[in-house]
Design a binder for this molecule. Structure first.
Ligand code: SAH
Length: 214
């Protein structure tokens, strides 16, 4: 498939588990019908409610950085279209994904069920608080840009686990991998510059459409 050779392999995505997941998940099933001809373009696409399905390469970079082997339980924050959740579900034992916009959560849950992904739970909630009932997680991926790593997500990371998230400014961020070395020690690595929609919530950015009262 062209997307895999031109956008992923050529940019150093080499993990066979990641590449085979991209080969197995039909991206056209995750984009709005009028954008199907662009499903394999090298960029993000609008999915409604002001949100986007991430660029395939950015999903691949995030997922590769999680260092998955197949047996893990993974938490994803920012379900959006459900595409990244499907890629993860094709790779690991169980995926828990959280989306703050009810309509997107509902559409993604239906779509994932229709495509036969039985190892994904979709929840409508504020993902800056993680999903405590499933904690701890061996890997956590965040698909929206945070002002700083949400403490709840650090708490819900297993010792030895990896959290990959973009954080920094509202309109541009660094993608960072945080590895939990012990209950109190975390190790941070910079993976490059990225642009994500904002992570909005109690441990993220305030909701600009409903500003908190002073
Ligand atoms: N992984 C998605 C990309 C979605 S874009 C995909 O493959 O399509 C980021 C998503 O994060 C948006 O849908 C946005 O609504 C959601 N989001 C933003 N803040 C959130 C929060 N606090 N909790 C859960 N989801 C959030």
């Amino acid at each position: 498939m062209r997307m895999i050779s031109d956008q992923l392999r050529r940019r150093d995505i080499t993990d066979p588990l990641v590449l085979s997941a991209f080969a197995r998940v039909p991206r056209e099933a995750f984009v709005p019908p009028e954008l199907i001809e662009h499903a394999y373009d090298d960029g993000p696409l609008p999915i409604g409610n002001g949100q986007t399905i991430s660029q395939p390469y950015v999903v691949a970079m995030t997922v590769e950085a999680l260092g998955l082997h197949g047996g893990e339980r993974v938490l994803e924050i920012g379900t959006g279209s459900g595409y990244a959740a499907a890629i993860l579900a094709a790779m690991v034992r169980e995926v828990v994904t959280v989306e703050r916009i009810a309509e997107l959560a509902m559409i993604a849950a239906e779509r994932l069920a229709r495509l036969g992904f039985r190892n994904v739970q979709v929840h409508h909630a504020d993902g800056t608080l993680g999903w405590p009932p499933g904690a701890p997680y061996e890997a956590i991926a965040v698909a929206a840009g945070a002002p700083e790593p949400p403490p709840s997500l650090l708490d819900q990371l297993a010792v030895g686990g990896r959290l990959v998230l973009p954080f920094g400014h509202a309109d541009h961020q660094r993608l960072v991998r945080i590895t939990r070395r012990s209950s109190t020690s975390f190790y941070e690595e910079d993976l490059g510059d990225v642009r994500f929609v904002p992570l909005v919530g109690a441990e993220g950015w305030p909701d600009a459409s409903h500003p908190a009262r002073a």
